[in-house]
Design a protein around this ligand. Structure first.
Ligand code: ADP
Ligand code: AMP
Length: 219
């Protein structure tokens, strides 16, 4: 049965990495508000121009903008279920997500809390690069491409680093996470939807732990 899940965790926790695997393994659809906002920026749209500076500083863009982006995607539906990656990030966004899913007659099945220590995040973020064509996620040390400069997944040479993947912007992004997003841990715990996973483990172990939640092997 289709499942809708949230991957919840600070920048660098591994949300995008695991979302891509779930898309490949289970036909789920990744909804990354960060990716949607970056796409808006590169398209040169009015909204993209408005959010660019905010994103580069590591601050959150307004709830209205991201809720609008997500609403369009939920409206389109997904047979395999949705993976919410980087959304919701505030209590207002969480309430809006619940209402949007309810309006489509569906619900949230699990919120995977990806637990990490801040100490690993600087290394993960400053070593990250992604494929500009298919979105595959790499790391200089823990997951380099097999052939330097070529995406393993699609063969593109369009490998990019993000403007906000600096130590300076990460400090702001972490503060935003603790102030505005971490209260969602209590919010979903109270609803009985929260499943903590050790996201410090290597990528395959994290994937297995998430699969166990999706397959109902954890209570
Ligand atoms: P997020 O989407 O939560 O910001 P990413 O999935 O982009 O995080 O991962 C951040 C960086 O850390 C990437 O370079 C990725 O290759 C690497 N990474 C992801 N998961 C792990 C892991 N379990 N162990 C080591 N490195 C990881
Ligand atoms: P991410 O790709 O998830 O790391 O997001 C990159 C940046 O996009 C964030 O630092 C924010 O500026 C913005 N952003 C992404 N998702 C959201 C969201 N749900 N709410 C507010 N801002 C967001």
């Amino acid at each position: 049965m289709a499942k809708n899940i949230i991957l919840l965790g600070p920048p660098g926790a591994g949300k995008g990495t695991q979302a891509k695997r779930l898309e490949d393994d289970r036909g789920m659809v990744q909804l990354s508000t960060g990716d949607m906002l970056r796409e808006a920026r590169s398209s040169g749209s009015e909204m993209g121009r408005r959010v660019a500076e905010i994103m580069d500083k590591g601050q959150l863009v307004t709830d209205e903008i991201v809720i609008g982006l997500i609403a369009e995607k939920i409206e389109a539906g997904s047979e395999g279920g949705f993976i919410f990656d980087g959304f919701p990030r505030t209590l207002k966004q969480a309430d809006a997500l619940g209402a949007l899913l309810a309006s489509k007659g569906t619900t949230l099945d699990a919120v995977i809390e990806m637990r990490v220590d801040d100490a690993v995040l600087v290394k993960r973020i400053t070593g990250r690069y992604t494929c500009g064509q298919c979105g595959a996620v790499y790391h200089d040390e823990t997951r380099p491409t097999k052939v330097a400069g070529t995406c393993d997944a699609c063969g593109s040479h369009d490998l990019r680093r993000r403007a906000d993947d600096t130590e300076e912007a990460l400090t702001t992004r972490l503060m935003e996470y603790y102030k505005k997003t971490s209260p969602l841990i209590g919010y979903y715990y109270a609803k009985g939807d929260l499943y903590p996973v050790d996201a410090l483990a290597e990528m395959d172990s994290v994937a297995r732990a998430i699969a166990a939640v999706l397959d109902g092997e954890t209570a």
